[in-house]
Design a binder for this molecule. Structure first.
Ligand code: ADP
Length: 561
């Protein structure tokens, strides 16, 4: 394939038309995506933190309230009343009115002996001096245990408080059922996979975990839980199954339990993924549109440039032809003048020979003989040839003269029939059907009547010659017409069904002296003269022909204003 001279330019336009908007587009999209995802990410984490904070508050206030209930018991009832089984029974009932989570209530002396107990077990008299909880409460005045299942296999924990008054020390202890905050924590639901649970310092579940994990079991996840850490910690970590989770953890205030809220990363950031898909889709569609438009536009620009180039080339060709015609015109005129003079001399010499010969014949100095008649024939031939030369030089002079035309408005509806009538006779002699198709709405043209006549007659004569060459004296068809073109100009056409012109000849017919006619018939100047005339009138001349089918000559002229 031939390489277009615009291949390089095409590549440059295409690349810049794609790269510049595409880079801007991707940059804007990238920045937008970055800010969007960052804000989405921080809002997801903020939501998680808020949930952690809210639930920490709830659990802490639950524990505080239970502690305050027991504190109230210590403040309101003296040791004696607590030691009385009936009194303790009432106190437990009152506590259970405050919160149904109180399971039992017991009183202990400073030696750790269970003095009084109200609840589902028989514990009075037991010695707890060595129990961890007792040691702790005696040391710190207050103790909250981790959660344990106990004999009844029900999850619970204990709160114990110490009171010292008038040199006497006693301790009360209550068991708290944890179903309430087990539910409270377990019910937390975020997205599809978000859940919450409590673990103690050793990583033992203090509440059940929805995704699997029983109370008192060891949490299989590796959760960093330095006791020193305050506030809410968020991080992403793989769980024991290898799935990535977003974690938010915090220690409770009044107990060393860690509240863990976690959600599968893919679930937590699902909007981010949706946003990424949309961005990819927009990039593909937008990028595709940019590339597509760039291709279409570049194609159009290059095609247009190629067309302009072709037009320029054509114009250049026309200019060269026109200037060559002008040059030739000048040359030919000079040449014709030069020939004309000797021709005139030859003509008068011929006339002289002719008259001398007649004189001699009259006087009887010349007797008719074969030689004489041959001589006379030769002299006639010289006359004929001189006349032919004169016709040629006249044509050349006409071609070269290119005198300024006398322009006027010509109404083609009358003008064309007028000119056509001049060849009617000739056409009918050769059996040619002559048709005229001048549209009524054809506007007048602006031109020189005589010159236009010369053009039309030249067309007719050429057409008739071509028809005779193809059909002889039958079957010829010659159509002349005129009509308004869409662009406001006027088109005159002469169509024949003659021998047609071969493509090679078509390139040459407007050149002076090109003829396919036999010697003596054509000069080859007709069309080149016509070309010059139409050019001068501001019009163009075109030919459309097919060998063996026919020829159409078109003349396009500006319409008269
Ligand atoms: P000439 O008529 O003296 O040959 P032209 O310049 O008028 O000179 O024409 C040049 C040539 O163009 C002709 O010799 C002929 O070959 C060709 N030609 C012109 N008109 C026609 C036509 N209507 N059909 C076929 N050939 C044509």
């Amino acid at each position: 394939m031939e390489k277009s001279p615009y291949a390089n330019l095409r590549r440059i336009i295409l690349v810049s038309m794609i790269l510049v908007p595409l880079a801007t587009f991707i940059l804007i999209l990238g920045i937008g995506y970055y800010y969007f995802t960052t804000s989405l990410e921080s809002s997801t984490i903020a939501t998680m933190k808020r949930i952690v904070e809210d639930h920490r508050q709830m659990i802490c206030s639950f524990l505080q309230n239970r502690e305050a209930n027991l504190e109230f018991v210590l403040d309101s009832y003296p040791f004696e009343e607590l030691a009385d089984p009936e009194g303790l029974h009432h106190i437990l009932l009152n506590l259970q009115k405050e919160s149904s989570t109180f399971v039992d209530l017991g009183l202990f002396n400073e030696e750790g002996i269970h003095l009084n107990y109200q609840g589902p077990y028989k514990l009075v008299g037991r010695d707890y001096a060595k129990a961890l909880w007792f040691k702790e409460v005696m040391k710190k005045g207050q103790y909250i245990s981790d959660i344990f299942l106990g004999k009844r296999r029900i999850p619970h924990f204990i709160i114990a408080l110490k009171r010292e008054e008038a040199g006497k020390t006693w301790v009360i202890r209550s068991t708290i059922d944890t179903y309430m905050f087990n539910d409270l924590v377990k019910k937390i639901r975020i997205g599809k996979t978000g859940e919450a649970y409590l673990i103690n310092v050793d990583g033992i579940f203090q509440t059940e975990r929805r995704s699997g994990g029983n109370l008192m079991d060891k949490d299989p996840e590796v959760i960093e839980r330095p006791l020193s850490h305050t506030g809410i910690k968020t991080y992403i970590e793989k769980d024991s199954r290898g799935d990535e989770y977003l974690y938010a953890t915090t220690w409770l205030k009044n107990k060393s339990w860690l509240l863990v809220v976690r959600q599968e990363k893919a679930d937590a950031f699902r909007f981010l993924r949706a946003a990424a898909y949309i961005i990819v889709l927009i990039t593909i569609l937008g990028g595709g549109a940019i590339v597509g438009i760039a291709f279409v536009l570049t194609g159009r620009i290059i095609r247009r440039m190629e067309r302009l180039d072709a037009e320029r080339e054509e114009l250049g060709g026309q200019l060269i032809r026109a200037s060559r015609l002008a040059e030739l015109g000048e040359m030919a005129t000079g040449f014709a003048h030069e020939i004309n003079n000797p021709l005139q001399v030859m003509k008068s010499e011929h006339a002289l020979i002719d008259s001398i010969l007649s004189e001699l014949k009259e006087k009887g100095d010349l007797h008719p003989s074969e030689s004489l008649s041959e001589l006379e024939e030769s002299i006639d031939q010289i006359d004929l040839q001189i006349s032919r030369c004169a016709v040629i030089t006249q044509s050349i002079l006409k071609f070269g003269r290119q005198s300024e035309p006398v322009v006027e408005d010509i109404a083609l509806q009358e003008y064309i029939p007028e000119i056509t009538s001049m060849v009617e006779k000739k056409a009918s002699v050769h059996g040619i059907a002559l048709r005229q198709e001048v549209s009524e709405d054809t506007p007048p043209v602006h031109g020189d009547r005589g010159q236009l006549q010369q053009v039309l007659l030249n067309f007719y004569n050429n057409a008739i010659d071509a028809i005779i060459a193809r059909h002889g004296a039958k079957g010829g068809e010659l159509v002349v017409g005129a009509r308004a073109k869409e662009d406001g100009r006027v088109e005159i056409f002469v169509r024949d069904n003659g021998s047609g012109i071969s493509p090679e000849d078509r390139k040459k017919i407007f050149s002076p002296f090109f003829t396919t006619k036999p010697v003596g018939k054509g000069t080859g100047l007709g069309l080149s003269v016509c070309y010059g005339i139409i050019n001068k009138m501001g019009g163009i001349m075109e030919v459309d022909s097919e060998k063996g089918v026919g020829t159409t000559f078109n003349v396009i002229l500006p319409a008269a204003k």
